[in-house]
Design a protein around this ligand. Sequence first.
Ligand code: A3P
Length: 309
Amino acid sequence: MEKIKTYPQHTCSWLKGRFTLYKYQEAWNHEDWLDGEIFAQQNFIAHPNDVFLCSYPKSGTTWLKALTFAIVTREKFDESTSPLLKTLPHRCIPFLEKDLVRIEESHKNSSFLPVNTHLQYNSLPESIITSNYKIVYIYRNMKDVIVSYYHFMKEIVIPMENASFEEAFDEFCEGISSCGPYWDHILGYWKASLSRPKRFLFLKYEDMKEDPTSNVKRLAEFIGRPFTIEEEKANVIEKIITLCSFENLSNLDVNKSGKHRPEECNAVENRLFFRKAKDGDWKNYFTQEMIEKVDKLIDEKFGVTGLVL
Ligand code: A3P
């Protein structure tokens, strides 16, 4: 922990100097997650059948975790008994940087439980890179990620105060953000997928909103839990989509009032994982100059990839 303080650091002025990011292995992270990252790198042993749900923060992680959990537990629970009705999706699927003990327990019991991480690809524990891993990567339009990140960080660090969106925007575009730079996060997974395409499923947040049915089917097939014809006829896919919809999850008591990891001093209120879930909310925040800056960045960083952001 003390060693982390010796890494290059940046204190975010738009968060009134109350939040510091540290640079480790080319990525920025805060102390708490960085500690868990290093611990996972030193101790995590992947199992051949592991499935990892990877994302840059604010790209739809909560939704992906809910959908994946509903898919893998559908034989045990339905839409009226699912633990998702009483539990924040982040508690249903463990987080590599924080929940190593729980992940090891599920390995010991040979129970299939996907694992979520916000780590950049190059920072994943060695045993993931060398194992027979499957990776589901969700990504989202950069402009909406910036707005979502701004609100989330402001709420958790300086809830009652104003924060400059311009400063937050500039910092993000310089690559300084939790788990950033944002483009390196996506590009790391994308480059790794070129040599092992069958091991990766890329899901785009906006596509999932437009066509949830076919994307949920792709997800289920990829993680080895395809829907049967009988299940399709019984509308199981639609029921899972409704259960995990923003409208449903954001209105549940647990997600309106509870706290995530209440034992920690930096516990986050569950409601903060559910804001608007609207595509294009950035239009309410961006100036013309900001639009041009991000479009130029997207062009420069993602031009060759074919990924549409
Ligand atoms: P907004 O801030 O734009 O509303 P993450 O889960 O990676 O932290 O991403 C959070 C974003 O996903 C937030 O976006 C949040 O509202 C949205 N979100 C949360 N649950 C969702 C769901 N079930 N369906 C669609 N979007 C969801």
